[in-house]
Design a protein around this ligand. Sequence first.
Ligand code: ADP
Length: 637
Amino acid sequence: MRKKRNINIQGKFIICFLFISLVPLAISILVSFNSFFSILEEEAVNRLNVVADSKANQIESYFRNRRLSISQIALMSDITEAVSKYSEVYRTRGINSDQYKALDDSYRPILTYYKKNFDCDNLFLVSKTGEIVFSVNDSDNHQSLYEQAVHGKSELANAFISVMKTHRTEISRFSYDWVSDRAIVYIVAPIINGPEFAGAVIARIDDRVFEPFVKDYRGLGQSGETLLGTLVNNEALYINDFRFPGYNAVKKTVSMGEKDNIDIQNAVQGKEGKGLSVDYRGMKVLTLWRSLPLSGLGMVIKIDTSEVFASGNRLKNVLIAISFVLLVMVVTMAVLISRSISNPIKKLTLTAVRISEGNLNERASVIADDEISTLASSFNQMADRLIEAKNKVEEEREKIKEQKKMLEKVNHELDSFVYTASHDLRAPLRGVSSFASFLIEDSLDKLDDEGKTYLEGIRRGANRMSKLIDDLLTLSRMSRINNPYEQVNMNEIVSSVLERIEFDIKDYNVDIIFERNLPVVNCDKIKISEVFLNLINNAIKFSSKNNPDRPRVEIGYNDMKGYFDFFIKDNGIGIEPKYHKQIFGIFKRLHSEKEYDGTGAGLSIVKRIIEDHGGDIWVDSEYGKGSVFHFSLPKNV
Ligand code: ADP
């Protein structure tokens, strides 16, 4: 069975309204959010692209210019002279010699001028054999670049060796200088004397030169920034200061393969792309990464997603607030509408309940002119008709009561009449019978044969009539006399009945099947004894004549719901189904007296007794197949 859903009209309305209003709202908000957010992202990426293009251009042009400038310096004749002289003196006399000082006096001012003009951190001259023979800042050591290259430690030495081979100006890879705590790069330009490689002029540049580029935050909002990095020992090294100064104290490197800072890792590997990442502050950022081939740097342009999507988030908050207001409105409307529908229905239901409790004058109120009011007025009309119908039923009931009373009175009078008549008829009948007997005894020989036959007829008729009158008296006695009901053990009743007809049982050799398992029933003991006596007698009577089998009578019962079903079963002549009802009528018989003795009153007496007990009686039988007489007695009489 399907389980009833326990949702009232109000609940259903709320669910329905919420579904109708919120589902499309949620879908449209979701769709518009998604497209709005992707528009914001696209716009931000475009902006970052413009910034990235411009920064890349600026940095690459800077390096291109530096490379050109240093190449031009290397071509100067005084530089060619200086490098060969410094190389010679460095090799033959050493750096502390008077000759070296004399050379310094004449060349240092020019070289210092070049350094200043070139705007670099330091300027060196390197001999063709790789010794740093001159440095504007004395602090730099004069170790052989060859040696450094052999040990593979120095980006400068690597660049120098390359320049020596190609005779072309080269920019070294970036490296980190722990002394100055800065990222540095060298631009190495070959000095060619005639056809020969005479040495190199080298400019050292540190990360400070990028400051103007990276600290220009135009187009980057409040949180955007440019980060430059280079790959050093399998770590991406940020070479410029962060926009958020609090983070500059920490080590500015990212191990390759780390989960966050994907952008700088890709950039220093020469890759290009865009996406979402987590930066050095642990903040979510929208980021672009590029490589700058000339300088060998990786560049990242990023901006916080919170800033990119700020307007989206603001819109989200507004929409959430609107949705909430809408929700409240929808629920309120659903409650109001459902109440306007459910309240009249509730009232109508209450009226119906009161009417069903018997308060027929209760009426539903009809206020508005809508469907529910129509229902209420139909309901009222129905209640009116109910009252009319009830009144009619009452009237009919009264009539029936009166008729019943009358019938009872008539019945009673009839019973009394039957009783009186039978009783009064008895004495004269007995007289007729006695006189007929006297005549037979004393004067039979005075009569001829015809007279004898008539006399015999008078005697038989009188006897039969006497029996009929006895039966009528019994029937009327059954109605008139009511014994008190008592708890009766049916086994005892049946046993005493069987005792009373013991001779018949023996005479006809009847096989009685009775297990003494009958229940105790609240009933009129005498009358129920009469019932069993009649039915068992009939069973024996109609099974003991012309029966090829031994007559068999079984007495038993079935325990049914609310009543006991007693039965008396025989293997006698049986009854055609068309007589099953008729045989319970007074004096109804299916055989002549000659065939089977009896008056035909027994079953009608039994029927009256059973019906007085609130039970029923019926027969199951077919002609020639025995009969089963059933009678029921209620368990609670
Ligand atoms: P009676 O036995 O005096 O004839 P009943 O009222 O007891 O009158 O029975 C009415 C008729 O019902 C019987 O005449 C008989 O035809 C039929 N009848 C009753 N009991 C049986 C039975 N056990 N088997 C066959 N017929 C029966």
